[in-house]
Each structure stands twice: as structure tokens, then as C-alpha cells.
Design a protein around this ligand. Structure first.
Ligand code: SF4
Length: 279
């Protein structure tokens, strides 16, 4: 049994909140470069180049790449051979978010749903914990902006709607979202499980690097087909018209009830932020 003090987790989460908001991943930057070669709209090309420049400035000046620094979504994979000491895990995670958003001068974006009074420190974070084999703790921090989250949906399709129904729902969701989620987007899709599991699958699918191939060949084909359809909608970068509405479609699936076909679409804006650390 390995002992880890929760204060170590607090420190890591603080750093990850700042890093995620100021450093866009190499996979996203490469996807911008690729998109420039495929975009036909001059305005679209200009937007893509500006997004890259924006990311460069954020990284060099250590400032957030977007004013919406998001809700802190935190995934903790806790090895079952780890004994956490020194306090409560949830409070340690929240304290890390608190410090990260304070020390990084990141906007605090959480409020009471009725009064709209800001909680003041960007907590509570959205915390997903999973017990896994081993003696390590893996932490992923994925700040999620409101504009793209607002365009996300969960639906329960009839099983008879099948793959065609799934495709139609996803493409229609992107079409109706228009410029709201700050395209080019990454479209996270969760299929199966149940109501809440489908949403979690969609969220987790966004953690996969852009440009990676889905290990399930059937899903890889489906991702490619849906992406082609989305990029025929003409929404384009920032919704100003063009070919590149989305950079990628990522799908995760799991078995579901015989009477159900749960489907979740979690739209991610171009500020595709997630950083991880292993303790
Ligand atoms: S949707 Fe994304 S890019 Fe647009 S304002 Fe929100 S965080 Fe920023």
C-alpha cells in the first residue's frame, strides 16, 4: 500500500488548472495547421491562423487563451493500492481548483443556478473518481467553457433508429449549434450505457488526442463519416462560413438496455483544454 498525502493532489490540480488554460495541446495546434490546408474560405483560413496566434500569445504571456476559463472538470483515477492521507480527497481537489483559479488569474465562472451569485472561487469542481488497479493517482483537469457546453445534448433514441438515427442526431445538433460553440469544434459522442453514462462517455471521448484513430474500426469509420457530413454544413471557423466546422468526432460506446439507445453529444470548442499528471 502506497501512501499519498492529499496536499500533493491539491498542488498538482492547481498547476494543471493554470497549464490547461494557458497551453493549448500540440494535437490541437496540428489540427489547426491541417485545417488551414483543407479550408477553402479566405475568412476561414484567417480565423484558423488567428486561433493559432491566440494560442501562441497565451502560452508566451501565460494568460488564458479564452476569457471563459470554464468549469473545472476533474477526473481522478485512484489506484486501489493507494492510501490517501492528510485529509478529504474532494476537499483537496476543490482546494487545488481554488488555488489554480486564484493564482492563475482565471475567471471564476460558477454561480448559484437561481440567484446567479458567483461562488467566488470556481468551486465546486465537477469531480469524477474511478478506482483502478495499481498504486498511482492519475489526474486530468479539463476546463469546459459555457458556450460549447450549452450546445450539448443527451437523448434517448429508440433502438430501431440505429446508426442512421445516431448520425442524423449528431449532425443536426452541430447544425443547430451554428456559431455558438466557437467552431471549429471537437464533437464528443457517447453511445450506450444509460442516461448519465452516455453523457460521461461523451465527455471522456474529448480527452482523446485529435488525430488519433479510434481503436474500434467500426467507430473509426463512423467518426470519419460523421465528420465529413458535419464539414459539409458550411458553418466554418467561428461560424463565418467555410469547410472546417469541426476538427474531429470522437466516439465512445458501451452496452445499453435492450429497450434503449442512449446518445450524448458533448460539443467542445476550439479551446480544447485538458492536462494530466500522474502521481
Ligand atoms: S465556447 Fe470555448 S472558445 Fe467559446 S467563449 Fe466558451 S470557452 Fe471560449
Amino acid at each position: 500500500m502506497r501512501e499519498i498525502d492529499v496536499s500533493v493532489i491539491t498542488g498538482k490540480i492547481r498547476d494543471l488548472c493554470i497549464d490547461a488554460n494557458t497551453h493549448l495541446g500540440q494535437d490541437v495546434l496540428q489540427a489547426f495547421d491541417q485545417a488551414v490546408t483543407e479550408e477553402v474560405s479566405p475568412v476561414g483560413i484567417e480565423v484558423l491562423q488567428e486561433l493559432k496566434e491566440n494560442a501562441r500569445i497565451a502560452m508566451e504571456q501565460k494568460v488564458p487563451m479564452c476569457q471563459d476559463t470554464g468549469v473545472a472538470v476533474v477526473f481522478v483515477e485512484l489506484g486501489q493500492g493507494v492510501h490517501l492521507v492528510g485529509g478529504d480527497l474532494k476537499e483537496a481537489v476543490f482546494e487545488g481548483v481554488r488555488r489554480g483559479y486564484r493564482d492563475g488569474y482565471l475567471r471564476k465562472s460558477l454561480c448559484h443556478p437561481f440567484s446567479r451569485v458567483n461562488t467566488g472561487d470556481n468551486t465546486p469542481a465537477i469531480l469524477h473518481t474511478e478506482i483502478v488497479p495499481g498504486e498511482e493517482v492519475k489526474i486530468t483537469v479539463a476546463p469546459k467553457g459555457g458556450g460549447s457546453e450549452n450546445m450539448s445534448r443527451v437523448t434517448m433514441l429508440a433502438p430501431s433508429q440505429g446508426i442512421e438515427g445516431i448520425k442524423q442526431f449528431i449532425v443536426q445538433r452541430v447544425k443547430e449549434s451554428g456559431s455558438n460553440p466557437c467552431p471549429p469544434t471537437i464533437v464528443g459522442v457517447g453511445i450506450g450505457g444509460n442516461f448519465e453514462q452516455a453523457a460521461l462517455l461523451a465527455k471522456k471521448s474529448l480527452l482523446r488526442p485529435i488525430g488519433s484513430i479510434n481503436p474500434d474500426p467500426e467507430l473509426a469509420t463512423l467518426e470519419s463519416e460523421i465528420l465529413k457530413e458535419i464539414n459539409r454544413l458550411g458553418i466554418g471557423p467561428q461560424g463565418l462560413g467555410g469547410r472546417i466546422t469541426s476538427l474531429a468526432v470522437h466516439i465512445l460506446i458501451m452496452p445499453c438496455h435492450i429497450a434503449s439507445l442512449p446518445l450524448a453529444v458533448n460539443i467542445q470548442c476550439h479551446a480544447q483544454r485538458h492536462k494530466e499528471a500522474v502521481i
